[in-house]
Design a protein around this ligand. Sequence first.
Ligand SMILES: Nc1ncnc2c1ncn2[C@@H]1O[C@H](COP(=O)(O)OP(=O)(O)OP(=O)(O)O)[C@@H](O)[C@H]1O
Ligand SMILES: [Mg+2]
Length: 349
Amino acid sequence: MGRSVAVVCPKGGVGKTTVAVNLAAALADKGFKCLVVGVDPQCGVISSFGQERFSVDFGLLDFFDPDGSPARSIHPTGINNLDFITSNVWSRDEEEQLLTWAAISPESLAEGLAPVKREYDFIMLDCPPNLGPLTTSALMAADSLVVPLQVEELAFQALPRLFDAMDEMREGDQPLPELAGIVLNQVDLRTRMANSVAQRVREAYPGKVFETQVPRSIRLAEVAQRGKPVNMFNRAGVASQAFAALADELLASIITEKRPEERRAAPMDDFRENAFTEAISTVSKPSPILTATGEILLNEDESDGNGKSKNGEDEIISLDEVDENNSDTCRVTRPNLDEYDGGIEEGWH
Ligand SMILES: Nc1ncnc2c1ncn2[C@@H]1O[C@H](COP(=O)(O)OP(=O)(O)OP(=O)(O)O)[C@@H](O)[C@H]1O
Ligand SMILES: [Mg+2]
């Protein structure tokens, strides 16, 4: 049974679509079958997969339209293990209709996706930048939340609004998704603001911020223009590596959830932080470290012959030295998520 993950933050431009698309692509690259759902009339998902918005007849609206066809709304991206559903509203009237229907029956998205969950390991729900009816629908359809945050002051302030909205849902007896983690995005630790905001977020939400930080990278800004997730055109670059590491962390959190004996062994308050950190350290690859001077530290495990260390020593490269690499995506057989035990390292790359 697949896991649905809402990529949510009630602040615009923090990287929700970027994270939904590229994290799904990183998981697909590891063999997990993924579906990206654009729960946002802006339709950013479709351009990330290089498709023409007017060529799509069925999509998000079909989940809320009483006469819609949700089953026909899934489209292939042309990338192995990766499909998408886009919003299919092309006028203001249609958008208003979508929002009205979503406000009347926010559960429709969860209901429409329920049969699809058997087909996928991960369903990524790309939310709009507000806490309106579409975000509510996505939260109702989600098992977990991933919250991207652009490392700047205003984005940080958006978090309490999200958690307040979750509290309101909790009061209404609504089953709530678990916070898988906050992703610090567009990180450029050369700036003092990024350093201090990143530190404050980690202090305010201990154990709930992914270790992996997504660096500011021109390659990510190019995703919509090229119509491909970053690992399809710059596989060796820092952005692709960050999303591969983030995918490992997400998978590690799933293993953690599956260890009930550990949950019982530790007090609940300590559990999440400790077990999560432990699972990450044993399962995930080390992520690129962006140093205070803006250099990227990569170690031997991450080297792939594209200008990085092969001699076992850490090597320092600068962002500008990361070359394009058009090598094909590595194909692997689809792992069974239900039996997944963290054995992701061998044979993946
Ligand atoms: N790490 C990054 N490095 C460089 N550019 C980035 C990065 N993350 C996102 N961007 C760019 O920032 C812009 C906003 O990102 P994105 O569309 O993913 O945000 P969003 O939260 O989905 O926005 P919205 O709230 O409008 O839906 C895009 O142009 C995207 O290419
Ligand atoms: Mg978006």
